[in-house]
Ligand binder design. Sequence first.
Ligand SMILES: Cc1ncc(COP(=O)(O)O)c(C=O)c1O
Length: 366
Amino acid sequence: MTSGTSRRLPDFPWDSLADHAAKARTHPGGVVDLSIGTPVDPVPELIRHALGTVADQPGYPTTHGAASLREAVVGALTRRHGVPPLDPVAVLPTIGSKELVAWLPTLLGLGPGDVVAIPALAYPTYEVGARLAGATPVRLADGEPAPAGTALVWLNSPSNPTGRVQDAARMAQAVADAREVGAVVASDECYLALAWTAEPVSVLRPEVNGGSLDGLLAVHSLSKSSSLAGYRAGFVTGDPALVASLLEVRKHAGMIVPRPVQAAMTAALTDDAHVAEQRERYRARRELLLPALTAAGFTVDHSEAGLYLWSTRGGEDAWDTVAWLAERGILAAPGTFYGPTGDKHVRIALTAADDRIAAAVERLTS
Ligand SMILES: Cc1ncc(COP(=O)(O)O)c(C=O)c1O
């Protein structure tokens, strides 16, 4: 039996890769799975240590998060991303960012008749979130303003899947356009710390928001920058009134980050060295994989930041490219997972161990 809610949702895209995954696994050197962006490097020791320090605290943690965690968020945003110090009261930890993305339209009270604007090529959960709320997702081309009736606009720079970075002027225009129609702006800044050839900016910066946080939310994740996908660690911040209303609902619904994860997040957000180290690991992988793809006849578009190489083999159909790569034991995600206009691209992740990246390079260049 399927529930009414699950019927509103698309098929889980990765299930459709199963045949190509089976093909790739038959390669004598083993599969190189570059189809998902899951971290593979060790969790930094200071974070593991922090996790254990609160193992013997039996009481409930607060939904709002410990004050020390919220202060650590404010400090990290200022140090790492040049965000003017926020009021820690406007910080709310989330159980990773995917759940916030999926539930934000519902938490904001959106429903049938409301439009949720998402990028033409986008992380699939923006659409899922709109559908869970019964709202209508609308895909916007680059620079296209949100139509009247839009209640929520998702921005995502650096982008998953394209790695495209919007400069401050373009971000500011998107914010102004959304404000024009009275929409909330949610900026998913999951890849902000992973920039290669362009400098992404947070929506929390005054040159983007004109010095006002009204109607703005910034959504952050520690999954990629601190290799904490397994811990489920994220946060949302921005407009204090919006954050307060999210907190209110999340308190009632039990959407609480476990205390050990709160402690781990606090440690991660207080240390920048491990973020720099992790970034260098990904940079090194990118510097091997990108030229290997080019040598194999691919064109890599955008990919100025983030964990993916948005690649096309001369405009070939995305599924044919997935099949071509699977023949060589490499698994990639077809661009169509992210929107219909991704039909000529595949998304190739940088999140594999060094030996797997070396195997992919060897297969692409021999
Ligand atoms: C754009 C974007 N947003 C959000 C997420 C969710 O990350 P997490 O739930 O691990 O914080 C991802 C994960 O890949 C992503 O690519």
